[in-house]
Design a binder for this molecule. Structure first.
Ligand SMILES: [Zn+2]
Length: 490
C-alpha cells in the first residue's frame, strides 16, 4: 500500500451537499397560456399552440405565478429582482416542443435567501443562492421492450420555481430536514401542493466529500430521481458512503450525474442529455418585462402567513409546549390551527395538545381523513376537556365521548347526559361497590395486606369494571385504601 493511500485511509471525511429543488406552483393555468394545470388528465389534453410553441403564437405571463414566486422568495428572505423577464435556455429534447425552456437565467426573482432547519435540537441556517421562475417540460413515457417512446405535453409550460441552495448541508439528516422544512414552508404559503409522488416537488442533490477541514471541494456528483423525502435521505447517505469508499481505496470520484434507484437502493451513472451545460441562454423578446412595484412587493410581504419555524417557536413560548409537541402541531397547518382555536375557546394547552396528537391524529390517520373532515369544533374540544377537568367524566370515558363526537359532531355534554356516561363521584354509591369487590376477592385483599401494592391496582380495576369505567378512579383508590387499612399493617 502506498503512503498516499495509507494517509487517505486514515483521514476522516465530511460531506458537502447542495440542493436544486423544483416546486410546481398551484396556479390554475400554465405560465404563458390558459391551459389548465390539473394533474392526471389524459395525455396531451391540456395543450394549445402557445405551450406547444407553434410559430406566430405569443406567450402571456401568468401574474398569479409571479405572485406565488414572489411569496416564496420573500418567505425565504431573498432579495427581490424587481424587473421580471425571461430567458430562453436552448436544448433539444423530445419533451420540449419549443427546443428551448423559458427560465430566468440572468435575473432570478430571488437571491441570497436562507431557510432555518432544526436537526437533533440544533438549528442551522441553509443559505439559498437563488430562486427563479421557469416552465416545466413535458414527459417522455418509454414503452417496454424498446417499443418506442410516447410524449405527454400536459406538463409543458406549467410554472415552477427552482430553489438553489449553497452547499451548506452536511449530512443525510440535514438533507431530510431541509426538504421537510422547505416543503412545509411551501404548504404554509399555499403556493403548491408539494406532492413528491405527483412530481410537484422534485429534488436533485449535489453531493461531494472531502477530507475533514479541507477548504477544497471534492468532485461533485448530481443525484437525480429523488421522489420521496426518505428516498432523498437514503440516496444522499448511499452517495456519501460510495464516494468515501472510493477515496479510501485511493480512487477518484468522477464528476457526473447519477440516478437513484429506490428499489435497489443505489445510484448509477445516467446518460447525459447532451455534452456540456451551455444552453446559450438569450433574453426572450416576446414576454413583456413585468415590473414589481415596491408597494406591491410590500403588500405581498405583509400578507405572508406565519411560517413553520416562527410558529414552532411561538407555540413553545406561548403555551409551554415541548419542542416535540410544537413540531407535531406545526407539521400539519390545520392541526395547528385547530389547537390554537381550541385554546382560544378555553381549552388547557398541554392536555389539548396531547388529545390532538394521540386520540385525534390516531382517529384521522386510521381512517385516512384530513383534519377538516372531523366535525368537532374548537368549542367542543374545550368542552370535552372541561368535562374531564371538572371530574364529570374520566379520561377513559372521554375517549368514548370523543369517538361519538368525531362520528356525529354532537356536543360532548349532550353525549354524556343522554348516554349516562357521567362519572360516579358519589362516595356513598361507590362504597357499596367497593365492599362487594373486597368480599369477592379475598386473595387480592390478603396480598395487599401483606404489602403487595399491585393487588390494589387489581381491585381498582374490578371496581371500574363493575361501573363500566364510570367510577372516579382516584376516589375508588381512596375508598379501597380506607376499607383495607394500610398495606403491611393490621
Ligand atoms: Zn397551452
Amino acid at each position: 500500500m502506498s503512503a498516499v493511500r495509507e494517509e487517505a485511509r486514515a483521514t476522516e471525511y465530511e460531506a458537502v451537499i447542495g440542493f436544486e429543488v423544483h416546486v410546481e406552483l398551484a396556479t390554475a393555468t400554465k405560465l404563458f397560456c390558459s391551459c389548465p394545470t390539473t394533474f392526471g388528465a389524459p395525455p396531451n389534453a391540456h395543450t394549445c399552440p402557445i405551450c406547444l410553441g407553434h410559430p406566430g403564437t405569443l406567450p402571456l405571463l401568468n401574474e398569479r405565478a409571479v405572485e406565488y414566486a414572489l411569496r416564496a422568495a420573500l418567505a425565504l428572505g431573498c432579495e427581490i429582482e424587481r424587473r421580471v423577464h425571461f430567458d430562453r435556455k436552448h436544448y433539444f429534447y423530445p419533451d420540449l416542443p419549443k427546443a428551448y425552456q423559458m427560465s430566468q437565467v440572468h435575473a432570478p426573482i430571488g437571491r441570497n435567501g436562507a431557510l432555518t432547519i432544526e436537526v437533533g435540537g440544533r438549528t442551522k441556517v441553509i443559505r439559498i443562492r437563488e430562486m427563479h421562475l421557469e416552465e416545466d417540460a413535458g414527459k417522455s413515457v418509454h414503452l417496454p421492450d424498446d417499443a418506442g417512446t410516447l410524449i405527454d405535453l400536459n406538463r409543458a409550460g406549467v410554472p415552477l420555481i427552482e430553489i438553489v441552495t449553497e452547499p451548506d448541508i452536511s449530512s443525510p439528516e440535514e438533507a431530510r430536514a431541509f426538504l421537510e422544512e422547505l416543503r412545509l414552508t411551501m404548504l404554509y404559503l399555499g403556493i403548491s401542493d408539494v406532492r413528491m409522488e405527483e412530481g410537484s416537488l422534485r429534488a436533485d442533490a449535489n453531493v461531494s466529500v472531502r477530507p475533514k477541514g479541507s477548504p477544497v471541494l471534492g468532485s461533485k456528483v448530481e443525484v437525480k430521481n429523488l421522489n420521496s423525502i426518505s428516498g432523498v435521505e437514503r440516496a444522499v447517505a448511499y452517495e456519501i458512503e460510495r464516494q468515501v469508499a472510493l477515496l479510501r481505496r485511493g480512487e477518484r470520484v468522477v464528476s457526473e450525474t447519477r440516478r437513484w434507484d429506490e428499489d435497489r437502493r443505489l445510484t448509477f451513472p445516467m446518460r447525459q442529455k447532451f455534452g456540456g451545460e451551455d444552453y446559450r441562454p438569450i433574453h426572450d423578446p416576446e414576454v413583456v418585462p413585468y415590473v414589481l412595484e415596491e408597494s406591491y412587493v410590500e403588500r405581498v410581504r405583509a400578507e405572508l402567513p406565519e411560517l413553520p419555524h416562527a410558529r414552532r417557536k411561538r407555540l413553545r413560548e406561548a403555551y409551554g409546549l415541548s419542542a416535540y409537541d410544537a413540531g407535531v402541531l406545526t407539521a400539519n397547518r390545520e392541526l395547528g390551527d385547530l389547537f390554537e382555536a381550541g385554546v382560544r375557546e378555553g381549552a388547557p394547552p398541554k392536555p389539548l395538545a396531547n388529545w390532538l396528537m394521540s386520540e385525534f391524529l390516531g382517529y384521522v390517520n386510521e381512517r385516512g381523513l384530513s383534519v377538516r373532515d372531523v366535525p368537532i369544533t374548537p368549542r367542543q374540544w374545550a368542552e370535552l376537556l372541561a368535562l374531564i377537568e371538572e371530574g364529570t367524566i374520566s379520561t377513559k370515558i372521554a375517549k368514548t365521548v370523543f369517538q361519538r363526537m368525531a362520528e356525529s359532531g354532537r356536543d360532548p355534554r349532550e353525549i354524556v347526559e343522554t348516554e349516562g356516561l357521567v362519572q360516579i363521584a358519589d362516595p356513598e354509591a361507590l362504597r357499596k361497590i367497593v365492599e362487594r369487590v373486597i368480599e369477592a376477592n379475598p386473595k387480592s385483599v390478603e396480598d395487599y395486606r401483606k404489602g403487595k401494592e399491585k393487588a390494589l391496582g387489581f381491585l381498582v380495576g374490578q371496581v371500574m369494571r363493575e361501573t363500566r369505567g364510570k367510577a372516579h378512579p382516584e376516589l375508588v383508590n381512596r375508598l379501597l385504601r380506607e376499607a383495607l387499612g394500610e398495606p403491611g399493617g393490621a
